[in-house]
Ligand binder design. Structure first.
Ligand code: FAD
Ligand code: NA7
Length: 506
């Protein structure tokens, strides 16, 4: 017989040595804040979460759950999937399916994605209630180190005291200081619920968010241009980043580089059902130019709005970019205030925000000593050619271990499912490499993969890297045939050898 364990509502409160309203107040109900709040409540803490979304200049707003669910990973992956389905529909015909080619329906896609998100917003509310976490849909600011004042959308105020605070306010997209940017352009905060078809779109920035948006828009049949100030995907492996750009270009995405915007003017206003017409003036290679677009999307970085929580009231120290320096225990310079997730100088990723929130709550309320591991965090860029990586880029490995100690094994690969495609210009972009430290038994310090299902592949191999796998461990592993992941078990060409990687074995 199974027994369902329900929380004992009559259980005595955790022993408290204070008179505050709550043991823990969490500012921000996104990935990190929710994980922290629920974990703390599980260990008996009396917890409140404040979550409030300030609307975008276009007045877009959303529900509980933070960036990932509402305007980040989830709608992004769903739109990426929508665009990949278009590609697969082409392949399906090569596999014998008789499909009439339909054009893509933006409204239907957005409607279905937003329905999913709204259902999740509701589930999160119910989950918090079930786990005895108090939730206020209010914006919180500090009064003193144990007190916050919060305001709801009608302007009603409340004052709440707590023993400890966890800051989990995430970040918001930056706008450049360019005339018309805030008036006419959008960001990732708007694109996933855009009421009208975006039309001809300019994505400004070469960040992964810009390239992912450009990738799925182009895949949905939209005329798409990316404006690049310098390099693609700063911080990622250069080799792989350029291949992503090359592939996108072959798929029809236009690139303006090196290029920066100067002004955005409205030629024709947007309506509820149609995109505006915007004239964008820009400097490309020192030359002044302009072009007309319907949508301009800025993806030029994100910033935590730490200055908006009245940090001066508690003497909170933070960097000019809004990031908050913390100790290994995620403690800020204020002795009862902690910070997690995108507020930290660490990769801005949902699983890391969740991990940091959950482990912090365990340390605060369950006697745990386990710290969040910020090294070897796998990640994937969901561009049309997906890119998964874990560990160091080639440049970072050379900087850390010296060129003579870095051995790069690399290869091209052809995903079996793609062999029916006619030989095309898109061939040869699927690529994989292992970066090894020769001074340490060829320990693998970086793994990079370009090809389908990058997230699934990289997530699995990430375990190998945190366990300290060497190249010979990868060689010992028997691959699963025919899959793309087996490429990592058969690599024998080093960059040092100069041998061609054009020939592939079965
Ligand atoms: P958030 O999720 O941003 O939550 C913070 C919440 O706090 C927000 O709801 C905010 O409105 C609220 N808030 C702020 N100030 C206050 C206040 N004073 N009072 C009350 N509430 C407040 N990560 C991945 O791992 N994989 C991906 O594929 C991926 N794709 C992404 C795609 C896009 C377009 C974007 C923008 C991000 C993506 N990310 C991805 C990053 C990921 O979304 C973030 O790392 C993650 O959401 C950070 O969680 P967080 O808890 O730190 O903050
Ligand atoms: P990133 O990774 O900080 O990238 C910012 C990009 O925008 C980068 O390509 C910049 O070019 C470019 N940029 C910055 N300012 C400008 C201006 N003014 N004009 C043109 N281009 C500009 O930002 P993301 O939004 O992708 O990601 C932020 C985090 O969110 C990320 O870590 C994810 O985990 C979630 P540069 O290379 O500086 O020339």
């Amino acid at each position: 017989m199974f027994r369902v364990q329900v929380p004992d509502q009559d259980a005595p409160d955790m022993e408290r040595a204070h008179d505050f309203n709550f043991d823990l107040a969490v500012l921000g109900g996104g990935s990190g804040g929710l994980a922290c709040a629920k974990e703390a409540a599980k260990h008996g803490a009396k917890v409140v979460v404040f979550d409030f979304v300030q609307p975008t200049p276009l007045k877009t707003t959303w529900g509980l759950g933070g960036t990932c669910l509402n305007v980040g990973c989830i709608p992004k992956k769903l739109m990426h999937t929508a665009s990949i389905y278009g590609e697969l529909a082409e392949d399906a015909q090569l596999y014998g399916w008789n499909l009439t080619k339909n054009s893509h329906d933006w409204d239907r896609m957005v409607g279905n994605i937003q329905n999913h998100i709204k259902a999740q917003n509701w589930k999160i509310r119910v989950d918090l209630r079930d786990k005895n976490v108090t939730y206020y849909n209010e914006y919180a600011t500090f009064v003193d180190k144990h007190t916050v004042k919060s305001v709801n959308k009608r302007g009603a105020e409340r004052t709440v005291t707590a023993d400890k605070f966890v800051l989990a306010m995430g970040g918001r997209p930056n706008y450049p200081d360019v005339p018309g940017a805030q008036d006419y352009a959008i960001t990732s905060d708007d694109i996933f619920s855009l009421k009208y078809h975006p039309g001809k779109t300019l994505c400004v920035g070469a960040s992964y968010i810009s390239l992912e948006c450009a990738g799925f828009l182009n895949g949905l049949g939209i005329d798409t241009t990316v404006m690049v100030r310098s390099i693609l995907l700063r911080g990622f492996d250069k080799d792989c980043s350029e291949k992503i750009g090359g592939y996108m270009e072959q798929c029809g995405v236009k690139f303006l580089r090196p290029c920066v915007p100067n002004k955005i003017e409205c030629v024709k206003e947007a309506t509820d059902s149609s995109a505006p017409e915007l004239r964008v003036s820009f400097t490309q290679n020192g030359e002044e130019k302009s072009d007309i677009f319907n949508t301009v999307l800025f993806a030029i970085g994100r910033k935590p709005l730490t200055d908006k929580i009245n940090p001066g009231a508690i003497g909170l120290k933070y960097d000019p970019n809004g990031k908050i320096p913390v100790t290994e225990e995620e403690l800020t310079n204020v002795d009862n205030v902690y910070a997690i997730g995108d507020l930290l100088n660490a990769p801005e990723l949902t699983p890391l925000a969740i991990q940091s929130g959950r482990l912090l709550a365990k340390r605060l309320y369950a006697g745990s000593k386990i710290l969040t591991d910020y090294v070897n965090v796998p990640t994937t860029v969901f561009t049309p050619l997906e890119y998964g990586s874990v560990g160091l880029s080639e440049d970072a490995a050379i900087a850390k271990y010296g060129e003579e100690n870095v051995e790069v094994y690399h290869t091209k690969h052809t995903p079996t499912e793609q062999v029916v495609r006619e030989a095309s210009a898109l061939e040869g972009y699927n690529y994989a490499k292992l970066i090894c430290n020769r001074a340490d038994n060829e320990r693998v310090v970086g793994l990079h993969y370009l090809g389908p299902n990058a997230g699934e592949i990289t997530g699995g191999f990430g375990l190998g890297l945190i366990m300290g796998a060497t190249k010979s461990d990868f060689d010992r592993l028997v691959g699963i045939h025919p899959t793309s992941s087996e490429v990592f078990t058969t690599m024998n060409i080093t960059r040092r050898s100069g041998q061609s990687i054009d020939v592939e074995d079965c």
